[in-house]
Design a binder for this molecule. Structure first.
Ligand code: N01
Length: 515
């Protein structure tokens, strides 16, 4: 029964507040609605839904997970044009999903969370936004994702550059790259996608590489019209196709756990690189000296052949400084530049990207302080000391081998189970036992030792101490299995300690949403 849920101009009382309207936040919203819970709000910092797929619109932006896997299991799309769709098609899918499940009225756009405080007396969260709006809620779901704050490198002279500078996630579509001298810094997932697209139209393209990436061939293909029709008319065929993609992706965990297998794969790839790149010196510079898979494996058929173009140069010397119209390397060489594209990735460490947002849980718990030494959660979702707070794609729940949407759906299921348990027990708050969280993390860190991610490289999967706080170290079906049911003993259920709650629990009634 809903009693005091209400909104004023600067205060909103609701059962669930979701932060972020990307794949995660929208999935949470759809499943809440399906469970009969319409009393929620989504706070979204951007002007539209889509998260990373709204922001990353650089030329060639696409997902390196197959679209039939990189989409919701409950909202299949028979019409994907090809195996790895472009950002535009993915964003269209997200927009269509938003309309189909009628989610727009629940979203407050251009509203960023700046602070969250849990009140144990009422078992409610008080969220502060940059718009002056305060949200009082029972459950708080952080679905802002780990890859959304561009990392701008500190390169001497960058500020005095007189040409155009932009980050790959903030592509300047108004800037005409035709016939320009372009410097592109970084050789990660973003650079390997946009560089081959812009190379034919710029005058010179200087690719600045600090560490080479392993880039494997992309098994790209377009879906024929007849396949799309078959997927639409016979959904089991689409599901079968998805299942095949799922299991072929899962088979990639073998080299992850057996770095010797990854090394064999690396040897084969070296041959491919040497075959693709005509200049042996350039080919040699493009071959990584770490085990395949230690950093995220990238996929492209265009990256290596791009270095055969006369107007493309691979630069491996370090950057000494940037001048008004040029870039100077450590060996003293100066290259003219009209435009610098920073393909330098994202701030992945929550201790850095969450600095503008305070988060206080039970007395004595400040998230940034609790995570000072190590970023930890329970199944990447709950953090001990922060009752009724949940995360999507939190610590150690990201993947290197399969679709993150699969993990998000498991996490949403887990969160709904927590809410259900709370409802059934008559308690007001659910928190994870600190011992359960510690035991889980010990198990995860033990499993990570000996994997390819610990084989000796610097990657954004690990923190400055070398601790891998991002990756789930097993198959995704194990994550599914372990998050299907809650282990009741791992949780603390409690009543509010003080006054009666301001937001009464509203009973959810299961609903059928559009199929
Ligand atoms: O960023 P990255 P990204 N001077 O961190 C270099 C996802 N994604 O935007 O390796 C010089 O991978 C840095 O060098 P090093 C995906 O999860 C997904 O490309 O640190 N260079 C590296 O080469 C991916 O992993 C898709 O030595 C500097 C590069 O910049 C993540 O997003 C597509 C530097 C950064 O690579 C990020 O990808 C694209 C400096 N100061 C991206 N600082 C999909 O298809 C950094 N670098 C799903």
């Amino acid at each position: 029964m809903k009693v005091s849920t209400a909104a004023t101009q600067d205060e909103l009382r609701t059962q669930v507040a979701i932060i972020g309207a990307g794949f995660g936040g929208l999935c949470m919203a759809i499943k809440l609605r399906e469970a009969g819970q319409d009393d929620f709000v989504i706070l979204e910092k951007g002007a539209d839904v889509g998260g990373t797929w709204r922001d990353n619109s650089y030329p060639g932006a696409a997902c390196d997970v197959q679209s039939h896997m990189y989409s919701y299991s409950f909202n299949g799309n028979p019409n994907w044009s090809k195996r790895y769709s472009s950002w535009r098609e993915i964003q269209e899918y997200i927009l269509a999903t938003t309309e189909k499940y009628a989610l727009r009225p629940f979203i407050r756009f251009q509203t960023s969370l700046i602070g969250a405080r849990y009140d144990a007396a009422t078992a409610l969260w008080h969220l502060q936004t940059d718009r002056g709006l305060q949200v009082v809620c029972r459950h708080f779901v952080l679905a802002s994702g780990p890859l959304h704050v561009p990392q701008i490198p500190k390169i001497p002279g960058l500020a005095r550059f007189k040409g155009r500078v932009f980050h790959s996630a903030q592509w300047d579509h108004d800037y005409d790259l035709n016939d320009k001298n372009v410097v592109s810094i970084g050789t990660g997932g973003s650079a390997i996608q946009f560089a081959p697209e812009i190379a034919p139209r710029v005058r010179r393209l200087h690719i600045f590489q600090r560490t080479p990436a392993w880039v494997i061939p992309r098994d790209e293909r377009a879906y024929a019209q007849i396949e799309k029709q078959a997927f639409a008319r016979l959904p089991f065929l689409r599901k079968l196709h998805r299942a095949r993609l799922y299991w072929s992706n899962e088979s990639r965990v073998w080299p992850i756990f057996h770095p010797s297998l990854a090394r064999v794969g690396g040897e084969a790839l070296k041959w491919w690189i040497r075959w693709s790149v005509k200049d042996p010196q350039v080919a040699a510079a493009l071959i990584p000296d770490y085990t395949l898979g230690c950093k995220r494996v990238l996929i492209s058929n265009k990256w290596y052949p791009m270095f055969n173009r006369d107007n493309v140069e691979l630069v491996t010397a370090g950057i000494r400084e940037i001048k008004e119209h040029s870039i100077v390397t450590d060996d003293g060489q100066e290259r003219a530049a009209d435009c610098i594209i920073l393909a330098t990735g994202f701030v992945v460490d929550p201790r850095i990207y969450m600095q503008g947002m305070s988060c206080h849980g039970l007395p004595g718990h400040d998230l940034l302080r609790d995570w000072q030494d190590q970023v930890e959660a329970y199944y990447g979702v709950s953090v001990a000391g922060y009752p009724n707070m949940f995360q999507l794609v939190g610590p150690n729940s990201a993947l290197g081998h399969n679709s993150i949407i699969f993990m998000i759906e498991c996490q949403v299921h887990y969160i709904l189970n927590c809410m259900k348990l709370l409802e059934q027990s008559g308690a007001d708050s659910i928190d994870v036992q600190p011992q359960a969280q510690a035991a889980f993390n010990e198990e995860v860190q033990k499993a990570l030792r000996g994997t390819v991610w610990s084989s000796g490289c610097v990657s954004w999967y690990t923190d400055s101490q070398g601790k891998n706080y991002t990756i789930w170290p097993w198959s995704t079906w194990r994550y599914w299995l372990r998050t299907r049911e809650l282990n009741r003993a791992d949780f603390i259920l409690a009543k509010a300690t003080g006054e009666p709650p301001l937001v009464k629990k509203s009973r959810a009634r299961k609903k059928t949403l559009p199929a």
